[in-house]
Design a protein around this ligand. Structure first.
Ligand code: 5AD
Ligand code: SF4
Length: 476
């Protein structure tokens, strides 16, 4: 520990405390020391987890670029490696721990600065483990400390000591940070940080802090800028977009924000993630009013069982969720509805699981992300005694995904032989002649085409379907 400088360590207790939000518009300063010492150095970033992490990585890239670093795709050539970590489930963490372990071998061959950032850095037990057993990690940087990257890097370079800089008290928004966006045609725009819902299984409110909404002016300016640059799609991001603005001094609703952004005429506008407790049907009214808002809604149910929902702290029951879905579908029959479901929450009975299956049948989802419950240290659910075996959980998971696949496959039939506008996303990973894109409702489609179409809007006719994507033919 003598070789470690601890500025601050994570505290789950402190993470729960609400503080007044302060927004800083100050530009980050890069010292002449950093500029002169790090010319022509290269960085490599691994990003795990959700879009919030990908957006943070874009900011890390922006800051490293201002310092003078250039990106490299070959980790062996990197002078700095940053791992932006995810803590939402144990398997994500294990993957990262494996990656950190592998870096030890690389670092023995080549001098490099290793930085662990993101959600795992916000966990007390994880930071403890990293400090004690991963001695080759040079800097641990918290999610609220992104802007401190230049100063901790400088401190590490000057002292050669490990630096731990993880503040858990949030209440802070930093505007105007530099960023290098991963795409030239689609962009993620944060509208709020953190989460106030504290679902009992979830680590996110601790790793990302209490909910802080950005000022609508700042969001709209960012979206205006992206529109001017010719971007084709904006995704407004928040852990719970529907509660946007509730914490602002001058209250502001998500429906209003969505409408203001839609008026900027970005060809495609969408948002993630909705919470059934805060979701308001005004949002659907706005979605119907503006043709450029994607008819796509991600509305996690998590469970279809009332006792489980209560234990999860979701603040709604199955009746409320199902009637909300009915209302939404009545107002917008063409909506693409997707969800998240957790299987094997502590002591989930067979009846409780069957209630989830029943709800899934009623909702007829177009897409779903399914997860086996993962115990997160420090959350209330981690203290619940769980007698359900892993084998049973695995069987339920399989039963649920089989049902969802059947529903999705049936829903896919409606696309067959129709032609849709597609935003081309990328060249397919498995076939260099195939492209992957999305319909206006976010449905994925693969088709043959030239890589210069990436980022463009094209017309594609659906020729066949697969459970998770459509297959189509480019219409010239
Ligand atoms: N175990 C399993 N899944 C989880 N999620 C969040 N926390 C956990 C956990 N401890 C899932 C929820 C959430 C999605 C992003 O991850 O379904 O909506
Ligand atoms: Fe986690 Fe619940 Fe917040 Fe979603 S709403 S981030 S599941 S606490």
């Amino acid at each position: 520990m003598a070789n470690t400088i601890i500025h601050s360590c994570p505290s789950l207790k402190l993470a729960r405390e609400r503080k007044e939000t302060i927004t800083s518009y100050e530009k980050i300063k890069i010292s002449s020391y950093l500029k002169s010492h790090l010319k022509n150095k290269k960085y490599y970033i691994y990003t795990h987890g959700c879009q919030a992490n990908y957006r943070d990585s874009e900011i890390y890239k922006g800051i490293l670029n201002e310092i003078g670093y250039k990106p490299t795709l070959d980790i062996k050539k990197a002078d700095l490696v940053l791992i932006n970590t995810c803590a939402v489930r144990e398997n994500a963490e294990n993957k990262v721990l494996g990656e950190i372990g592998n870096l030890k071998v690389l670092k023995a061959k080549k001098d490099m600065v290793i930085i662990i950032a993101g959600c795992m850095a916000m966990e007390e037990t994880l930071v403890d483990l990293l400090i004690k057993t991963f001695l080759h990690v040079d800097i641990i940087l918290g999610t609220h400390d992104v802007a401190k990257l230049p100063s901790v890097l400088e401190e590490h370079l000057k002292t050669k000591k490990r630096i731990i800089c993880v503040n858990s008290g949030s209440g802070y928004i930093h505007e105007n940070l530099p960023s290098i966006r991963d795409y030239k045609f689609k962009a993620f725009v944060n509208i709020a940080y953190g989460c106030d819902k504290f679902c009992t299984y979830c680590i996110v409110p601790y790793t990302r802090g209490r909910e802080r909404s950005r000022d609508p002016k700042d969001i709209i300016n960012e979206c205006k800028e992206l529109t001017k640059k010719g971007y084709k799609e904006i995704t407004l991001l928040g852990q719970n977009v529907d509660s946007y603005g509730k914490d602002l001094k001058k209250k502001y609703s998500f429906a209003k924000l969505l409408e203001e952004v839609a008026k900027l005429k970005m060809p495609r506008l969408t948002f993630l993630t909705s919470h059934p407790y805060d979701f308001s049907l005004d949002i659907i009214d706005v979605m119907k009013k503006y043709k450029n808002i994607e008819p796509y809604l991600h509305l996690p149910i998590q469970s279809g069982d009332d006792a489980t929902l209560k234990l999860m702290g979701r603040k709604y029951d199955s009746k409320k969720y199902l009637s909300l879905v009915n209302e939404i579908k009545k107002k917008m029959p063409n909506i693409f509805l997707s969800t998240d479901i957790i299987v094997g929450f502590p002591n989930e009975s067979k009846t409780a699981f069957n209630n989830t299956l029943k709800a899934v049948k009623k909702c007829q989802y177009d897409g779903a992300f399914t997860f086996i419950y993962s115990k997160r240290s420090g959350t209330p659910a981690a203290k619940m005694i769980d007698k359900i075996s892993d084998k049973e959980k695995g069987m339920r998971f399989k039963e649920l995904t089989t049902l969802l696949n059947k529903i999705i496959e049936k829903n896919n039939k409606k696309y067959l032989n129709n032609t849709y506008e597609v935003l081309v996303d990328s060249v397919s990973k498995n076939n260099p002649n195939a492209l992957t894109g999305r319909l206006m409702n976010n449905k994925m489609i693969n088709f043959e085409g030239d890589s210069n179409l990436v980022g463009k809007l094209v017309k594609v006719k659906v020729t066949s379907t697969h459970i998770h994507y459509l297959i189509g033919k480019l219409i010239k």
